[in-house]
Design a protein around this ligand. Structure first.
Ligand SMILES: NC(=O)C1=CN([C@@H]2O[C@H](COP(=O)(O)OP(=O)(O)OC[C@H]3O[C@@H](n4cnc5c(N)ncnc54)[C@H](OP(=O)(O)O)[C@@H]3O)[C@@H](O)[C@H]2O)C=CC1
Ligand SMILES: CC(=O)[C@@H](O)[C@H](O)COP(=O)(O)O
Ligand SMILES: [Mn+2]
Length: 390
């Protein structure tokens, strides 16, 4: 029987994966090794019972007694803390979904790759913060990374049986998020609630706000660069408000292969779960006539400076990805907490990048998790210290 682990099971991606596993027969079809979550102990315990998980882990040590009580008598082991999540990732499982939000997804992802596991990667921060380290770990462990981020799953699918040599351009689409059509001067007054509404996708709050600021797309440009080895000259972002086309690959003969589908993450997760086969999935089939029109526009980098920053990060290389990701996470925390305004997030990240660029070793890619975490800590401190909004 195929074995699976889900890291970040209680989140938006985790819930979609759970839905697929249950629909496929749950414990009759898959043996679940590890399920991990954060604060949502009730849901983690429900999932662990339904899938008869070997171990359930919460990120928070103080919640261990609650988890233990919720799973008493079920046979599911319990554990807590970041190291316990990383250790759970060492348990052999054929398919491992990385769906924790933020840089906290990196340590368990690395452990999966080190043991040669198949890593279905939704956690884009893993590749942004530590692309070269992650690729090296995968190579040494003879592990497989399957993209689950919808655009990257789409690129992967467009590239099946394609010759990378003939690819002239890879385009990923961006919905434009909550503020696509807002007057620029209104952005400084944008509230957290307004930024937390995505026009098309139902996702966790952090990625939803990142969509509004275009930091999500900036992370995805770097993620595509790391995953597919595509240089900046061949990577393009186009605003596509309907989120029906997820990515396009253009060949030198002028043909463009596009991946289309309704905005439902169960496609990308289900594709990775069943790869290299294609199973029937509970995803609506497209009815283009009822959609009517698909529209496209160039991204406005005055509105979305995150896209310019992504290009600068790729051009800089070295520790820039780790700094960019961590500074963005800090700036997002500060926006959510009301300490800075919406447009200040990009300014705080740019500040953290410019401070880090003056530090010795910035030009070298971090070679270990500890190196990544050192740059991460510095970047968070510098982003938090940015006082431009005051
Ligand atoms: N949502 C989507 O459709 C998409 C998401 N992604 C990426 O997938 C990842 C997950 O996104 P999403 O599902 O929206 O996020 P959510 O916020 O919905 O879920 C995050 C998950 O991670 C857990 N978690 C939070 N903090 C920590 C931590 N410090 N340590 C361990 N676990 C933690 C949460 O636990 P709990 O809730 O119990 O506290 C939850 O299980 C992100 O990297 C995102 O960018 C990519 C493409 C699409
Ligand atoms: C579902 C998914 O992959 C998200 O990353 C999505 O792409 C967010 O949409 P935008 O960033 O395009 O608004
Ligand atoms: Mn995406």
């Amino acid at each position: 029987m195929r074995t699976v682990s889900v890291f970040g099971a209680t989140g938006s991606v985790g819930e979609s994966a759970f839905d697929l596993l249950i629909r496929a027969g749950g414990p009759a079809t898959y043996r679940t090794v590890a399920l991990t979550g954060g604060r949502n102990i009730r849901r983690l315990a429900e999932m662990a019972k339904a899938l008869r998980a070997e171990i359930a882990v919460t990120a928070h040590a103080e919640l261990l007694p609650d988890l233990r009580e919720a799973l008493a008598g079920t046979g599911t082991e319990v554990a807590a803390g970041a190291e316990a999540i990383a250790e759970a990732a060492e348990r052999p499982a054929d398919w491992n979904l990385s769906a924790i939000v933020g840089a906290a997804g990196l340590p368990p992802g690395l452990r999966v790759l080190r043991r040669g596991g198949m890593l279905a990667l939704a956690n884009k921060e893993t590749l942004v913060a530590a692309g070269p380290l992650v690729r090296r770990t995968a190579r040494e462990g003879q592990a497989t990374i399957l993209p689950v981020d919808s655009e990257h799953s789409a690129i992967f699918q467009c590239l099946i049986e394609a010759d990378l040599e003939t690819v002239e351009r890879v385009t990923i689409t961006a919905s434009g998020g909550a503020f696509r059509d807002w007057p620029l001067e209104r952005l400084a007054r944008a509230t957290v609630a307004e930024a937390s509404c995505h026009p098309n996708w139902d996702m966790g709050q952090r990625i939803t706000i990142d969509s509004a600021s275009m930091f999500n797309k900036a992370l995805e440009v770097i993620e595509a660069h790391e995953l597919f080895g595509i240089g900046l000259d061949r990577l393009k972002v186009v605003v596509h408000p309907q989120s029906i086309i997820h990515a396009m690959v253009t060949h030198r003969d002028g043909a463009t292969i596009a991946h289309l589908g309704p905005p439902d993450m169960r496609h990308a997760i289900g594709f990775a779960l069943n790869w290299p086969s294609r199973a029937a999935l509970p995803v609506a089939k497209l009815d283009l006539a009822s959609i009517g029109s698909l529209t496209f526009a160039e991204p406005d980098e005055t509105r979305w400076p995150a896209l310019r920053l992504a290009r600068e990060v790729i051009a800089a290389g070295g520790a820039a990805g780790a700094v960019f990701n961590a500074a963005k996470e800090q700036a997002l925390d500060d926006f959510i907490a009301g300490r800075i305004r919406f447009p200040d997030m990009a300014a705080a990240v740019e500040h953290a990048l410019s401070v880090a660029a003056g530090q010795p070793g910035f030009a070298q890619s971090p070679e270990s998790l500890e190196d990544v975490l050192a740059w991460d800590a510095l970047a968070r401190m510098n982003a938090a210290e940015w006082k431009g909004a005051a």
